[in-house]
Design a protein around this ligand. Sequence first.
Ligand code: IPE
Ligand code: IPE
Ligand code: MG
Length: 246
Amino acid sequence: MSLKDKLNKDKLPKHVAIIMDGNGRWAKKHGSTRIYGHKNGVKSVRETVEAAAELQIPFLTLYAFSTENWNRPRTEINALMSLLVGSLNKETDTLIKNNVRLLAIGDLKSLPRKVQKELNEAIETTKNNSGLSLVLALSYSSRWEIVHAIKQIGIDISNKKIDLQNFNEDMFVSYLTTATIPDPELLIRTSGEYRVSNFLLWQIAYTELYFTSKFWPEFRKEDFYQALYDFQGRERRFGKISEQIN
Ligand code: IPE
Ligand code: IPE
Ligand code: MG
């Protein structure tokens, strides 16, 4: 029996975010290059997107490339960018077929033109889809996002579009790249690392964290269900006490 059947369909998270980690180590274990690991990670992306869409989870965010990943060897960066172009190109039809809407967050202007082009095309062609919203975090880091937001806020204060007296959390959120996206309720990280690596720091204030030792290329639907099942067993108190929740 699949864990899928044990899931309470009324208690699924509205937003799952994933730090897809461990491609390089998976490849090494198989005696191959890191690039081979990234290529094999695509199947895991496909499986996870399909699983989330089938369960009618509204938002899935995938951390695909961080600001800090620009510091990797040039050959690896180039391979990742080519893989991105190829995958966007190849998978757009599947996204349409599955009613998936593609979104992207991050410093998108820093991506190579070819990536920007494919990305914009895929976003444009899927924009009216009403199923899963798949958010790709590309050239993303939370500190970049927060500083970017503060710069915009500074401009709007000097233009008198907003005033500091009335500034609140909701207004701050509207300046983040995730303005139209609810906070994740569940964050999954693969590969056995217990850290958040500059991902959605503001947004995960009350997110449930789930770690698995599986490397990303090994991650399958059943692993996704496992994380959801674990999530459903937790009591989210948001600062209150148990009796107030139940
Ligand atoms: C995740 O796998 C993919 C990206 C960060 C782009 P890694 O490439 O970080 O693989 P490990 O963590 O070195 O095994
Ligand atoms: C986090 O993985 C970034 C992505 C998954 C895109 P990293 O492999 O870059 O994280 P660290 O360096 O181990 O923290
Ligand atoms: Mg890594």
